[in-house]
Design a protein around this ligand. Structure first.
Ligand SMILES: [Zn+2]
Length: 185
C-alpha cells in the first residue's frame, strides 16, 4: 500500500500572531497541536509534511506552493477561533465554499466528531468560507478551528500541553479515518 501523505499547516507564525490574548498567541497553539499530530501520524505510518515547524511567518502563496509541490492526500490547516462573546465555545471544521463536495463534507464532519469525542468539546459542525489557501490547494483541504481563545476555559485548555495532546489524538484518529474513506471511495 502506498504511504499516505498529509500536509499539516499550523496557522500564522512569526510576526503574524493570529488571535492574541496576552500572553498567549494563536500561532503558538496551532504549532503545538500540529507538532503532536505530526508525531502521532508518523507513528501510524503516515508521511507528514509541515508548512512550518517553527515560529516563522509564511505567506498564503508559500503555503499553496509548498502544498501543491507535494502531491498530498490531505491538507489540514489548524487555527483557533475568537469572538466578542466570551460564552461561545467549541470546535469547527471549515472548507472552501467554491469546492465544497457534500461527500467530503460528510467525511470531514466525522473528523471533527473524533476530535470532539476525545476532548469532550462541543462540535459546531462543518462550515464553508472563501479561503485563498483552501481554494488553491489541489489536495482535499480543510481548516480546523480547534477552540475559542475568547472563551476563558477553552483558552486555558488550548495552552495546556495535556489538552493539546488530546486534540492531537482526536485529530490523528480523524485524519486516519479520512484517509481510509478516501481509499475506499
Ligand atoms: Zn488563525
Amino acid at each position: 500500500m502506498v504511504r499516505p501523505r498529509v500536509i499539516l499547516d499550523p496557522g500564522h507564525g512569526g510576526w503574524e500572531n493570529g488571535f492574541v490574548v496576552e500572553p498567549f498567541a494563536e500561532k503558538d497553539v496551532n504549532l503545538a497541536v500540529c507538532l503532536q499530530v505530526r508525531d502521532l501520524l508518523e507513528a501510524d505510518g503516515v508521511r507528514v509534511l509541515m508548512t512550518r515547524e517553527e515560529d516563522r511567518e509564511l505567506s498564503a502563496l508559500r503555503r499553496i506552493e509548498f502544498a501543491n509541490a507535494q502531491q498530498a492526500d490531505l491538507f489540514v490547516s489548524w487555527h483557533c477561533d475568537f469572538l466578542e462573546d466570551p460564552g461561545v465555545r467549541g470546535l469547527s471544521v471549515w472548507v472552501d465554499s467554491r469546492c465544497a463536495d457534500p461527500w467530503q463534507m460528510m467525511i470531514f464532519e466525522q473528523l471533527g466528531e473524533r476530535i470532539a469525542d476525545v476532548t469532550q468539546q462541543a462540535f459546531l459542525g462543518v462550515f464553508q468560507l472563501r479561503d485563498k489557501v483552501l481554494h488553491a490547494v489541489e489536495a482535499p483541504a480543510l481548516l480546523i478551528k480547534g477552540s475559542f481563545l475568547s472563551h476563558p476555559e477553552e483558552l486555558a485548555d488550548s495552552v495546556n500541553p495535556h489538552y493539546q495532546k488530546l486534540q492531537a489524538q482526536g485529530a490523528t484518529e480523524g485524519i486516519l479515518y479520512v484517509l481510509k474513506e478516501w481509499q475506499r471511495r
